[in-house]
Design a protein around this ligand. Structure first.
Ligand code: BTN
Length: 329
């Protein structure tokens, strides 16, 4: 049974840019018009602006700038509504919270979001800066029945799918830096951290973590980060509707996961990756443990490995590693 707030927000969105009548809302909720007005007042206290016009009803004229779980749910398509969403004010790491919920037996898939993380983690043990700054810290938990080898292309497929979403939603095209960075002109806008627990030859569970700079201002970054980070808003020149974007992102991640499980990504991934690949054709150095190769990036193979051609024309494959772009020439 959807909550009253969820019903009101769905109806207000469906009526946009017009009005939803108070009488219609009262009928739908089975309450008085005074009770509807009280719900509206509560939503106003949570950052919504409702314009009220006599004989026309209410019109959504302003929305919260921070994440609001019910407003995200109000934007979800019906097929995505069964996936539980947890929004926390503060958590150590949404990935860690997802692992705890999986260990406690919560049915997957589910989504964990947070306004801030106190121990946000990046790849290779790095810190992910996670203040309350209009950005997104999200983890998606799954229980796929897959062999671990099948996961090799998972993050790449998710990254390429997210680039498509961002291009469609924002009108700006991010680049992908193998294996998990989303960038604009060399500045990082997002990073992915996929973590799996393996039982013998099967993936027990899988957490896909995404940190995406959505609305933070350039001035929000401390120290060095200010030179290396960017946000979607900095690229488009205007803040995004964070809750609408988050709902679209949830839909896209669930869709991409379904395609991945069905194997539908196999004939698309190379094409989609290459559309966004910022490394292809450029001089790079890749470091994987003690293995270090300098050469030209040649894209990915079907297994998601990064291909590097060295100056003697030999091709090297990397299944993991840290890539540094070198100066051309
Ligand atoms: C990277 O670029 O190294 C990956 C960064 C991943 C950050 C996200 S934020 C949500 C989720 N929770 C975490 O602790 N990390 C991921």
């Amino acid at each position: 049974m959807p909550s009253s707030n969820l019903v009101i927000l769905r109806e207000a969105l469906a009526a946009e840019p017009g009005f939803v009548s108070g009488a219609a809302l009262a009928r739908k909720l089975g309450v008085s018009r005074v009770a509807v007005w009280q719900h509206m007042e509560r939503l106003r206290g949570q950052g919504f602006v409702f314009e009220a016009v006599k004989s026309r009803g209410y019109r959504l004229a302003g929305r919260p700038a921070t994440l609001h779980a019910t407003f995200i749910e109000a934007h979800l398509q019906s097929r995505e509504r069964d996936v539980p969403l947890t929004l926390l004010n503060s958590v150590d790491s949404t990935n860690d919270e997802a692992v705890r919920l999986l260990a406690a037996g919560q049915p997957a898939p589910f989504v964990v979001l947070a306004q801030r993380q106190t121990c946000g983690r990046g790849r290779l043990g790095r810190v992910w800066h996670s203040e309350v700054n209009g950005n997104l810290y999200a983890s998606f938990a799954f229980r796929p029945r897959l062999t671990p080898a099948r996961l090799a292309t998972f993050t790449l497929w998710m990254g390429a799918s997210l680039c498509e979403l961002i291009a469609n939603f924002c009108g700006v095209r991010p680049g992908l830096k193998w294996p998990n960075d989303l960038l604009f002109d060399g500045r990082k806008a997002g990073g992915m951290l996929t973590e799996a627990r393996i039982d013998a030859d099967q993936v027990r569970d899988l957490v896909f973590g995404l940190g995406l700079n959505v609305n933070s201002a350039a001035s929000a970054w401390p120290g060095e980060l200010a030179r290396h980070a960017t946000s979607l808003a900095a690229q488009t020149g205007a803040p995004l509707d964070l809750n609408r974007f988050t709902a679209a992102l949830i839909g896209r991640v669930l869709l991409a996961y379904g395609q991945f499980i069905a194997g539908d990504h196999l004939d698309k991934i190379a094409d989609l990756w290459h559309r966004h690949d910022i490394l292809r054709g450029r001089p790079v150095t890749v470091l994987q443990g003690t293995r270090r190769i300098t050469g030209t990036a040649r894209g990915i193979d079907d297994a998601g490995s990064l291909l590097i051609r060295d100056e003697r024309g030999r091709t090297h494959r990397f299944t993991a590693g840290e890539v540094t772009l070198e100066k051309a020439g």
